[in-house]
Ligand binder design. Structure first.
Ligand code: ZN
Ligand code: ZN
Ligand code: ZN
Length: 363
């Protein structure tokens, strides 16, 4: 059985375990995962139907049929195309039996509303809620791709710290990160956060006009897509020797990041990993300043389950991959975040990122 057919079988049995009649998959990461098909998400309906007791069906617009026929995972999938002027929702309604179906979170509301209208006896629920772990456990090929994406991000970090920071704008450094990521195997760059001084206290600051100055702590958080899989790394660097409090906060965040890493093993709960990082930061007196979860899953998407957050009692399994990225944010002053991607192994965890976590001084 090919990899894609195997994934479809697992997805359908997970849906059946969740007492669903099937799973409807719109363009996006899930469709890439299950068929290897990556059409643009458009007003024309493309939808994979995985339903109990029948072969998978991929409904596609006629004009996209050739692309669907070339998808690496199309073997074993019945292709049904429709032409402009046809009603694709009626077509889907004729195929589906009555029941509850999970549908991709990213399916357009316009498609879902038309499906609800066309199918009187079908009920739809969000796949992200019903089947959150569909793509969470990675196979060896996926882990190899994530590792090589992480290596490209590590190499980018090694290069950026050799460039001058002081006197340049955040957007100039961000442009360098973009170029370096592409030079290191990335086909797409998704984000290049460069947050100097007070901007570092905002975790999702992008990159702005502010000129980086001596004495700044600079948060660098960047990543993209290499061979279909995502990278995402954060390091905080110092322009010149760091001040006393900057260094203290840095050591606290680094210890928290290490504590979370050491909490990762099969059977540990997602929230245990968050708690391990949070305990270190809270004990150091900065608990109120750690204002986000410890991590997010990573794979075909940059943010995907499992989320490393209080309240998530999902047990970790070998092959799960996610970020370990605690931070401390002091409004108006500076922020520190350190992020690696990790993979759960048979008896613990492995970091996919190997870039230095020691305090790094730049020029
Ligand atoms: Zn984020
Ligand atoms: Zn990040
Ligand atoms: Zn991240």
């Amino acid at each position: 059985m090919n990899r894609y057919a195997d994934r479809r079988t697992r997805a359908l049995s997970a849906a059946e375990d969740a007492e669903l009649a099937g799973l409807l998959v719109a363009p996006g990461a899930d469709l890439m995962y299950l068929v290897g098909h990556d059409p643009p998400p458009l007003e024309r309906l493309t939808l994979l139907l995985l339903a109990s007791g029948r072969d998978p069906v991929l409904v596609v617009p006629e004009l996209e049929r050739p692309a669907a026929e070339r998808a690496p995972g199309i073997d074993g999938v019945e292709l049904v195309s429709w032409r402009d002027g046809d009603d694709p929702y009626e077509l889907v309604a004729r195929i589906l039996r009555a029941g509850r179906y999970a549908i991709s979170d990213g399916a357009w509301a316009s498609h879902l509303l038309a499906l609800e209208h066309a199918t009187a006896d079908c009920l739809f629920v969000a796949a992200g809620r019903a089947l959150p772990l569909l793509r969470a456990v990675k196979d060896e090929d996926e882990i190899a791709r994530l590792r090589s994406a992480a290596q490209g991000a590590d190499a980018t970090f090694a290069r950026i710290v050799s460039l001058p920071f002081a006197g340049r704008r955040e957007v100039d450094m961000a442009a360098d990160l973009d170029r370096l990521l592409r030079e290191h195997g990335h086909e797409r760059v998704e984000f290049t956060i460069v947050a100097g001084g007070p901007n570092g206290a905002s975790p999702h600051h992008g990159a702005g006009e502010r000129v980086i100055m001596p004495g700044d702590a600079v948060v660098l958080d960047f990543g993209g897509v290499a061979n279909g899989y995502c990278s995402d790394i954060t390091r905080t660097v110092f322009v010149g020797e760091p001040g006393e409090e900057e260094l203290r906060v840095y050591e606290v965040v680094a210890s928290a990041q290490q504590a979370a890493f050491e909490a990762v093993r099969p059977g540990a709960l997602c929230q245990d990993v968050d708690r391990a990082a949070r305990a270190v930061i809270t004990n150091a007196g900065y608990g109120e300043r750690f204002i986000h979860r410890t991590g997010h899953g990573i794979g075909l998407e940059i943010h995907e389950p499992p989320y490393i957050v209080e309240g998530n009692e999902t047990p970790l399994e070998p092959g799960m991959t996610f970020s370990d990225e605690p931070g401390v944010y002091l409004a108006g002053r500076f922020g520190v975040r350190i992020e690696d991607q990790v993979v759960v192994t048979q008896d613990g965890a492995e970091r996919l990122n190997q870039a230095s976590r020691e305090p790094t001084v730049v020029g």
